[in-house]
Design a protein around this ligand. Structure first.
Ligand code: FAD
Ligand code: DLZ
Ligand code: SF4
Length: 506
């Protein structure tokens, strides 16, 4: 029985379920660069180059393994507008009994694939994506019947199930979570390992030329492309992270520095999300660093929690909540996304730094995404769907299943508290404590009113007042509202005037 096996651009794993069931002598693998996947958002140029180059390298590796591979480049003739057309074209060129693929991660593509059995009049076998640490049914079982779906409890269950960082049935180091130790600001004189940079080979250079020519209007710069595009290079990046950065990952996890874009973060999400690295393997390698005494528990637990906890949890939320999740808007926010999210042209030094870095690297770390661009969008009441599309476009690791819960749920509270027990709203004081941005800013972080005051300060209180009907009843917000209530009425009015004037200027 001959199968046409479709491998998607984020399924670049030799151990993929469809390849495990396939037969090299009989089956044909199809991979296709298509317009719809390249264009469903305004992808960063470096994200496009990364995905296409990694796809081309993977196709080559499969051929070297003995598979027959049919590969369509975006600059081949004909250009396929969508994956459906690419599959139809491949089916018409051969004789197949079945189309086989691993399920897509995003609802958009899952819906497209659901039309295929009727359209092609052929069985379409969709296999579960088992490249996560736990099967999706584990999340469903955990979530069933619960009133609240807090990540921390999901994560503890996952630790028990996998045995990761469990010693004699107890959490390693005596605690489940060492987050309290992981909030240190960083000083510029700390030793910072640079992120591993890989020199583009001929395949990557070809892709860079194509992206530069076809997507010249897309967001971001294409120059200085350094991502790994093969499993071997992604493994080398993992090795370097484990040796050089993991020991300090915990301490400086929430810190931000103008001159250090990566700090001690792993910068591995883009590799894990397209299948060049396996998340369980990454966790086990980090655990081994703790076991060998080379990395402390607060670092290793903090790191493993991101992958075993957050990454698996947000995928569960995305699948459970369905396609309408990206349209949630619990706080009825409707302001358009300001242009400076694309240009970086703003007097707010923190936003300018994060957007500039995002434009150049297709990367920002978690606290930059959550507490700078995310926090601003929350406080300023920007339309969540526009914010969602921005995040989906600009990061090399962005796929809706992981991006949407982080944006709609975590950063914007647009799901009404399904994911976060209270909004991650903060004034300029938080950014000042965790970064060196404010020193170089035209605004004064210590001031709340007047034209020179840090906009985050007035926006913070304005946000609380504007959303009082939803937030005041939240027990975790009680102290904050009590603090506002105590303030002098004249001062309150001045803060709200400052916020109003700033919002009008956007
Ligand atoms: P590290 O800080 O080194 O963390 C290690 C790994 O843990 C990451 O590689 C990633 O795989 C995983 N991880 C960490 N935090 C999360 C999280 N909150 N959710 C899921 N996985 C996590 N992550 C994406 O992979 N794609 C996205 O599109 C994305 N969008 C985000 C948008 C917002 C508003 C926020 C607040 C977070 C978003 N994240 C996203 C989560 C996180 O910011 C990135 O995974 C991380 O910054 C990637 O950099 P890193 O590899 O250096 O991560
Ligand atoms: C991200 C991406 C891009 C830019 N292009 C392609 C493509 O041309 N062909 C393809 O198979 N996959 C691509 N991908 C990855 C897909 O968007 C990804 O498989 C889906 O978003 C998962 O639902
Ligand atoms: Fe950002 Fe305010 Fe600090 Fe300027 S003063 S960098 S706007 S937090």
């Amino acid at each position: 029985m001959a199968q046409l096996i479709l491998v998607l651009g984020d399924q670049l794993t030799r151990n993929l379920a469809s390849l495990r069931t396939g037969k090299k002598a009989e089956d044909l693998i199809l991979m296709a660069e298509v317009e719809s996947e390249a264009g469903y958002v305004w992808h960063h140029k470096k994200k496009l180059a990364f995905v296409f180059s990694a796809m081309r390298h993977f196709a080559k590796a499969l051929e070297q393994d003995g598979w027959s591979v049919r590969y369509h480049r975006l600059d081949d003739d004909p250009v396929f507008s969508c994956l459906t057309d690419a599959v139809e074209n491949a089916l018409s060129a051969g004789t197949f009994d079945q189309v086989t693929l691993v399920e897509a991660g995003e609802h958009r593509l899952r819906d497209e694939i659901a039309t295929w059995p009727d359209r092609f009049d052929l069985p379409v076998r969709v296999l579960e994506d088992d490249r996560f640490i736990m099967p999706r049914s584990d999340f469903e079982d955990w979530a069933r019947g619960r009133d609240t779906l807090r990540m921390e409890y999901f994560y503890r269950d996952a630790r028990r199930k996998t045995g990761l960082l469990i010693e004699n049935g107890k959490p390693a180091g005596g605690q489940w979570n060492f987050d309290k130790e992981n909030r240190k600001p960083a000083k510029p004189d700390l030793f910072m390992p640079d992120v591993p940079r890989f020199k583009p080979d001929a395949i990557t250079r070809d892709v860079i030329d194509m992206v530069g020519a076809r997507f010249s209007d897309n967001f971001g710069t294409i120059e200085d492309f350094w991502f790994a595009v093969t499993r071997e290079d992604a493994e080398a990046a993992l090795d370097q992270f484990l040796k050089q950065a993991l020991p300090c990952f915990g301490d400086y996890q929430d810190a931000m520095l103008t001159g250090s874009r990566f700090l001690y973060h792993s910068v591995l999400a883009q590799y894990i999300n397209i299948g060049l690295l396996d998340p369980r393997d990454v966790c086990e390698r980090a655990e081994a660093e703790y076991a060998a005494g080379r990395a402390p528990i607060n670092a290793v637990e903090g790191f493993i929690r991101q992958l075993l906890g957050w990454r698996e949890y947000v995928r569960g939320i995305y699948m459970r909540e369905g396609p309408d999740y990206v349209r949630r808007n619990a706080l009825k926010a409707s302001r358009p996304l300001p242009d400076f999210y694309w240009t970086g042209e703003t007097g707010m030094a923190c936003i300018a730094a994060v957007v500039t870095q995002t434009r150049e690297e297709a990367y920002a770390h978690h606290i930059q995404r959550l507490m700078v661009t995310g926090n601003f969008a929350l406080l300023a009441g920007i339309d969540p769907h526009a914010v969602h599309e921005w995040y989906l476009a600009v990061y090399a690791d962005a796929y809706e299943w992981v991006e949407a819960p982080n944006v709609i749920g975590m950063a914007l509270y647009a799901d009404g508290g399904l994911l976060a027990s209270k909004p991650y709203a903060a004034s300029g004081a938080y950014i000042d404590r965790m970064s060196d941005y404010c020193g170089g800013c035209r605004y004064k972080v210590g001031e709340k009113t007047g034209d020179d005051a840090c906009p985050f300060n007035a926006l913070y209180w304005n946000f609380l007042v504007e959303n009082e009907d939803v937030l005041r009843g939240n027990p975790r917000m009680g102290l904050i509202y009590a603090n506002w209530d105590k303030q002098d009425p004249g001062r309150k009015a001045a803060i709200r005037r400052r916020a109003g004037a700033f919002l009008d200027s956007l």
